[in-house]
Design a protein around this ligand. Structure first.
Ligand code: COA
Length: 151
């Protein structure tokens, strides 16, 4: 089977595959319905998927509002982690955000999620503030991270 990956805009046909990765990745997964609504009713939503011959292996969701992009969620299928796919996916998402007119990107990440923080830092993200008790399951704090594309 080919190892090649393409990065493309998500469509409503990808909802089930993306939702499966979401469930395998987060303790507070979004519902399938939530992804469906992102695709059909949220005009600010722009999602990028990573696709291999076997199917969708990762996704990065964003909300694009005027010149700002905010990452809603990003995940790679567990068996494909550690192979630079997350990094390539984020680079593709940043490229898409720039093309849509964004000049900065922000996100929240669990303070304990060092793997994701390392990835974001590698791509130039800086630490912003802390959102106390942001995650509703265990009240863990969120670290806000952000990057300006012109810096
Ligand atoms: C976070 C995630 C998307 C990273 O994707 P990935 O494909 O595994 O990461 P990559 O192989 O592209 O690695 C890119 C960088 O991330 C960091 N990283 C990746 N795996 C790491 C690990 N096991 N330990 C520490 N840092 C790691 C490193 O900075 C790495 O760059 P380097 O290899 O040059 O050091 C993936 O681990 C994931 O889906 N995690 C579960 C969901 C999640 O936590 N999402 C983020 C929510 S905010």
């Amino acid at each position: 089977m080919s190892d090649s990956v393409i990065f493309r805009k998500m469509t409503v046909a990808d909802v089930a595959a993306v939702h499966r990765i979401e469930e395998l990745s987060f303790t507070l997964p979004w519902t399938k319905d939530a992804f469906y609504h992102e695709m059909v009713t949220n005009e600010h939503a722009y999602y990028v998927v990573a696709e291999m011959e076997e199917g969708i292996v990762g996704y990065c969701g964003m909300w694009l509002v005027i010149d700002e992009s905010h990452v809603t969620n990003v995940a790679i299928l567990p068996e494909h982690r550690g192979k630079k796919l997350g990094e390539r996916l984020m680079v593709a998402a940043i490229e898409a955000a720039k093309q849509q007119g964004a000049v900065m990107m922000s996100l929240e990440v669990r303070v304990s999620n060092e793997v994701a923080q390392n990835l974001y830092r590698k791509l130039g993200f800086k630490n912003g503030g802390i959102r106390k008790g942001y995650y509703t399951d265990d009240h863990e704090d969120a670290l806000v991270m952000w990057v300006r594309f012109d810096e």
